[in-house]
Design a protein around this ligand. Structure first.
Ligand SMILES: [Fe+2]
Ligand SMILES: [Fe+2]
Length: 187
């Protein structure tokens, strides 16, 4: 699919970002950049077939999200720290995959749980203020796909409840992501 087709598929052709959403959209664009790079990092762990299978699917979707966000948000509003989001994303994907499939699934589940809340907050805001129905629809579609990733990771993680280190790691990802969002809203 060409970029043009992808943008059409998400109904994101003619969206003007309202001023009240610019900072949020900057963080969305930064976040989708990080997401693409998480899977680029995970791809390096080529010997783990399970990780490769999950990565192949998720990577495609995250790439679509990034194309859509790049299209909607004018370049002058992009984060100045894209290099940093790429490095952090790559590192997170690479190292969590290095620790094996389960740990990778725990990581993806935590990341996507954060992302779901992040998008949902914006969807609620747009809904309450009836600001841009078109943008709301795009964010809703992206959010649904993040939830699919989250469920996929949870399913493949296996039945065991998270142990204390995995719980610690999930919390760390939650607070790290929220810190990154605050930074990328501004820079
Ligand atoms: Fe995404
Ligand atoms: Fe995602």
């Amino acid at each position: 699919m060409t970029d043009h087709n992808i943008i059409n598929k998400y109904n994101a052709t003619n969206i003007i970002v309202p001023n009240s959403m610019l900072d949020w959209m900057r963080s969305n664009h930064a976040g989708e950049t990080g997401a693409v790079w998480i899977y680029m990092g995970a791809k390096c762990i080529f010997w783990n077939k399970n990780i490769q299978n999950m990565t192949k699917e998720h990577y495609k979707t995250e790439k679509n999200h990034l194309i859509v966000m790049s299209h909607i948000l004018p370049k002058i509003y992009h984060s100045k720290l894209l290099i940093l989001w790429r490095i952090l994303g790559f590192g997170l994907g690479f190292f969590s995959a290095l620790f094996g499939y389960r740990f990778f699934c725990v990581t993806i589940q935590s990341v996507e749980t954060f992302v779901e809340e992040h998008y949902q907050e914006q969807i609620d805001f747009l809904y309450k203020n009836s600001t841009s129905f078109e943008l709301l629809k795009v964010l809703e579609k992206c959010c649904d796909e993040e939830v699919e990733h989250q469920i996929d990771a949870k399913l493949h993680k296996g039945n065991d409840k998270n142990n204390s280190f995995e719980r610690f790691w999930s919390n760390l990802i939650g607070s790290g992501s929220s810190f990154a969002v605050n930074i990328s809203k501004q820079y």
